[in-house]
Design a protein around this ligand. Structure first.
Ligand SMILES: [Zn+2]
Length: 166
């Protein structure tokens, strides 16, 4: 039955799109981490442009993902109150929780908010975490500095490339 339901098909497509966007977000975060680490190891590198490009891409992906979540809810006959975030049936003119008025066209159209969604918990939790203290970091029998590998070839190539551009 669900296979012939056009709403179910649309929902599945939106969910798949969001899964792909989530994978892309993870890849960009991973690349930002490696770029930052390259700069940490060699302070003569400047990768801020490369990092910012990926940050912008992540922001766009987060906005797309949130918009798709609203589209999925819409297909399910629901809309979100922009004031209190409570989900309501599409036909409601006013929020059942806080009484805020919905836009007149909210029954027939998805209202995608402009601007960026708030920082996700996966980012906030990392920012809030206390930094690793010196005593914790040195509490190991392995001498990490002695084990430090050189910057890999691919990172070294990026550096060479930057030198040529001067
Ligand atoms: Zn509300």
């Amino acid at each position: 039955m669900a296979l012939f339901d056009p709403k179910a098909k649309t929902i599945a497509q939106l969910q798949r799109a969001n899964e792909e966007k989530t994978v892309a977000v993870r890849r960009y975060f991973d690349e930002i981490g490696r770029l930052y680490y390259g700069q940490y190891r060699d302070v003569t590198l400047d990768v801020s442009k490369e990092i910012n490009t990926r940050c912008d891409a992540i922001s766009n992906l987060y906005a797309d993902i949130e918009a798709n979540k609203l589209r999925i809810l819409f297909e399910k006959g629901l809309k979100i109150c922009s004031t209190c975030k409570k989900d309501n049936p599409l036909e409601h003119a006013f929020c059942s929780a806080c009484g805020a008025k919905f836009p007149d066209n909210s029954q027939t159209e998805v209202e995608v908010p402009t601007g960026l969604p708030p920082l996700p918990e996966t980012v906030l939790s990392l920012i809030r975490r206390e930094p690793v203290s010196e005593s914790d970091a040195s509490d190991t029998s392995v001498d990490l500095k002695a084990e430090m590998p050189p910057i890999s070839d691919s990172e070294q190539k990026e550096e060479d490339h930057q030198d040529e551009s001067f």
